[in-house]
Design a protein around this ligand. Structure first.
Ligand code: NDP
Length: 244
């Protein structure tokens, strides 16, 4: 399967680190004109050095009112990856209202606001398009110590399904990916602890955590025409964990 995005324009959020950074690099490699949105300027600067053709946008998605202005000059977009997310660790009896607001704003509200802007452009231009929301296995299975994270990702899956219904008639496909732990800064607290990793991998039939490249390849598939009949799906990238 040779995925190419020549002539396409892509927007990736949370592009500075981890999964988002690798998505950007792969999209550029596959020919897409790529816009990288993230919060930390230094990350965008180093990414621009690696991929000189990309267009960086600095924006803190916690401030959703700032999003329309941040995207006003980004031009037509064919492919959108709502990847930016935060994972606040909390337990049921101690979850804080402020963390609820933060989790829901960055993990759910921001993807909605961005998708509204991008989908409106796709509809006006009658080009169709593909949107991928980066959710988590945590939305599909109980996950101790991540009450609000799991709740926000379950909400994002719901957003994916509803968007697929309303945007499908405009040939805009909307899907989620639901990865298990991949080794990034976000998940360091989990995978850095051998006891945690052992517990996690014991319920994964393939017996290991995900590689970042294994998450990125499914996202690229969902962005591409190879998945032209796939929409409204929440695709686990979990080594079989959900089936367990
Ligand atoms: P990282 O923390 O490694 O990277 C997240 C990126 O998103 C960073 O560049 C970060 O910028 C950016 N970001 C975070 N908040 C904001 C914000 N408010 N505004 C703009 N940019 C922001 O995370 P991962 O790569 O691990 O995760 C990416 C996505 O994958 C997330 O949605 C996560 O929930 C999901 N996921 C990750 C898994 C994993 O094990 N890693 C497993 C399942 C799902 P900055 O550093 O400047 O804050």
């Amino acid at each position: 399967m040779n995925v190419r995005f020549d002539g396409k324009r892509a927007l990736v959020t949370g592009a500075g680190k981890g999964i988002g950074r690798e998505i950007v690099k792969k999209l550029v490699e596959c020919g897409a004109e790529t816009i990288a949105l993230s919060r930390t300027q230094a990350d965008l600067d180093s990414l621009k050095q690696e991929c000189p053709s990309l267009i960086p946008i600095r924006c803190d998605l916690a401030d959703t009112d700032s999003i329309p202005n941040a995207l006003k000059d980004c031009g037509p977009i064919d492919l959108l990856v709502n990847n930016a997310g935060i994972a606040v660790a909390d337990i049921v009896l101690d979850a804080k209202p402020a963390d609820f607001d933060k989790s829901m704003t960055i993990n759910v509200k921001a993807p909605i606001v961005i998708s509204q802007i991008i989908a409106e452009g796709m509809i006006k231009r009658k080009t169709g398009g593909s949107i991928v929301n980066v959710s988590s296995k945590a939305s599909l299975r109980g996950m101790q110590n991540y009450l609000l994270y799991a709740a926000s990702k379950a909400a994002l899956d719901s957003v994916t399904r509803t968007m697929s219904l309303e945007l499908g008639p405009h040939n805009i496909r909307v899907n989620s990916v639901n990865p298990t732990v991949a080794k990034t800064d976000m998940s360091k607290a989990v995978w850095d602890n051998p006891a945690n990793t052992k517990m996690l991998t014991s319920v994964i039939p393939l017996g290991r955590l995900a590689e970042i490249s294994e998450v990125v390849s499914v996202i690229l598939f969902l962005l591409s025409d190879f998945s032209s009949m796939v929409t409204g799906s929440c695709v686990p990238i979990d080594g079989g964990c959900i089936a367990n």
